[in-house]
Every structure is written in structure tokens, then in C-alpha cells.
Write a protein that binds this ligand. Sequence first.
Ligand code: PLP
Length: 386
Amino acid sequence: MSEQILLSTPHMGADELEFVKEAFDTNWIAPVGPHVDAFEKEFCQLIEAPHAAALSSGTAAIHLALQLVGVGYGDEVFCSTLTFAATANPITYLGAKPVFIDSDRTSWNMNPELLWDSLKHCDRRGKLPSAVIVVHLYGQSADIEPILEACERYEIPLIEDAAEALGATYKGRAPGTFGRVGIYSFNGNKIITTSGGGMLVSEDSELVEKARFLATQARDRAPHYQHSEIGYNYRLSNVLAGIGRGQLRVLSERVAARRRNFEIYASALKHLPGIEFMPEAAFGRASRWLTCLTIDSAAFGADREQIRLVLAEQQIETRPVWKPLHLQPVFAECECAGGDVAEELFTRGLCLPSGSNLTTEDLERVINAISAVHQNTQKISFSRIL
Ligand SMILES: *Cc1c(COP(=O)(O)O)cnc(C)c1O
């Protein structure tokens, strides 16, 4: 039996273990320490963000971001619908309600025109959302400028969920550094990983300082334990920050490898009828964190789910594109502006194995498996005709 090819797995560089060893040698085995400080500083340098706080997860970073821009009980928060549930879950932690916004076809991310229309509508009705969360999906930036303009026009803070977009650019700059707050994730399947972890960035040094304060149980400055606010235990471990420092050094190589995966898949499969790859929008450079494509079942001869199951039998892991949040049972009560584009991307969209550690043989196996599905459907329809 052939070995399993997974969607996206951790890929360590040469220095991570040395940094971890240093943490052990110096006994900095705590959610504080020199690696945490250095990881924040090096991360800021890499993406050209002024201030950053290293946290235990991307979800924790979104939670703190929402709280720090003032989202509270009974508020509404606009949020991309085509994303992972972790984008929207923290909205509900604060007693607020998500309102979802559909994608556009050029980037698969939040449609700026729909955002404008929805904000206009809310303004007329007299209640605006307290924040907007835009997601940069699968390593591609959303069209940030018009989104930022809309938010500025209505004085609404923009939070960027760049969990999947580290290493991408928008007009030469890192997505996540445009809005009031940006967040990143270092979960095991992301482009670089600390096993688990996240980062919150902002131009506002006080906001980032406040994030650190809340992330360490909101301890007031006092020799005893004193608290004037409710805090969280959200700080990143110094051991894991050591892994992160090593991973930052190989980020550009990881982006190059994932873009190469995409090129190989696209050149081998794009000629097949009914297959279209996720476009790369003109305003930026995608990291191609995951290679995604859509399948028009009528033209291809099989639908997304049939392909996924055939590949799974051959030990190849693929995943449907995110199920839009407005279709999730847990968010069934929430409103959504539009929704057709995200729904279609979900129905037709498939994410291929995309790790930076895949071999050419792995990629060939995936390509051959998908081509074979198409060929077999041709044989079946031929035999029907005969
Ligand atoms: C992974 C992910 C998150 C959550 O990050 P964690 O570090 O796993 O908590 C949030 N949003 C998106 C879009 C993600 O892909």
C-alpha cells in the first residue's frame, strides 16, 4: 500500500531544534522569555509591522483583537463567510453577532462592493457594526484598499485574519498590516508552525501592550496578585517561540515551495475540462498556502466529492473548500449579504495536498489520480454511447 499524502504538514528547518534546546538549557520553559521577545521582534521585521504580541493561537488573537477594538455584548461584526469557523467563533465569545459577507470571484475573499452596500444599509437603519473581520484565504490577500476605505468612511475598525496568508503580499505589503489589528496563526497545518500559536499585530503600541496584559491574566502592577479586569491565559510558550524563530528563517523557502506545487499542479491539470484553479488576483502575490481548484462536474465527468473519495482510497488527502459560515448549523440564525459565490466555491472547490515538503513523486501521484478519474468517466460515457 502506498504511503499517505496529507494536505499540509509541519516542515521544520535547520534551526528550530537549536532554539528549543537553548530554551531547555536556560530553563526558560514558560509562556515568557527571550524567545518570545525575539520571535515578536523578528516577526515584526519580516512583515514590516510595528508591534506584535505572540499568543497561544490565532483564535486567541482574534478574540483579543475584537475585544480591544471595542466589540461587546449585543454588537454586530461583519465577517467573511468563506472561512474557517475560528474567524467567527470569538465574535460570539464576546456576546456579539456575526453578519456574513460573500466572496468575490477574483480573490475568493470578501467582496468590497457587498461590504459597501451592507454598510450603507446599516447606516440608513441607524446601527453600524462595531468591527469588520476580513479573511485572507488560502494564502491570498483580499482586496484591502476598498475594504479599508469603506471601514474608514464609517469609522469602523478593520481586523485582518491573515492566519492563512503569512508570506503573501498586497501591493507589495503583507496582508495583516493594513487594518487596525492583524492576526496570524502558527497551527500545525499553516505555512509555518510552532505546533500551536498565533500573533497579533498593530500600529498601535498601546493596543499591543494591552493584548499582552489581557493574555497574561490581566495582572495589575502590584507585588501581590491584583486584578481590575478579566484576563485570559493566551501567551505563547517560550519553547514554542523558539520553534517559531527557526520557522521564520525558512518562510520565503516555504512560500517558494508551495508556489511551485501550484505551478506543477496547474500546468498538469488545467487543460482538463471543467477544472479551474483559484485565480491569483492582480493586486498581490499569493503564497499558495493551499492549492485550490474548482470542478464543474458536467464538464469534468465527476464532481468534487467523487474525486475526493477516489483520492482518499488511494491514501491522498484532499479537502472541500471551507463550508461558508452562513451555511453552518451553529450560525443558522445569522444574516449573510449575498452568499452564492461562497456556496458555489464550496460545492465545487477542492484543496489539494500542498505541503512544502511534498516530493515531485507525491505531486505526480496526485496529478495521475485526478487525471485517471477524468479518463475513467470518459470510458463510462463512451460505453454508454456504444
Ligand atoms: C487556522 C485559522 C484560524 C485559527 O488559528 P488557530 O491558530 O488554529 O487558532 C483562524 N482563521 C483562519 C482563516 C484559519 O485558517
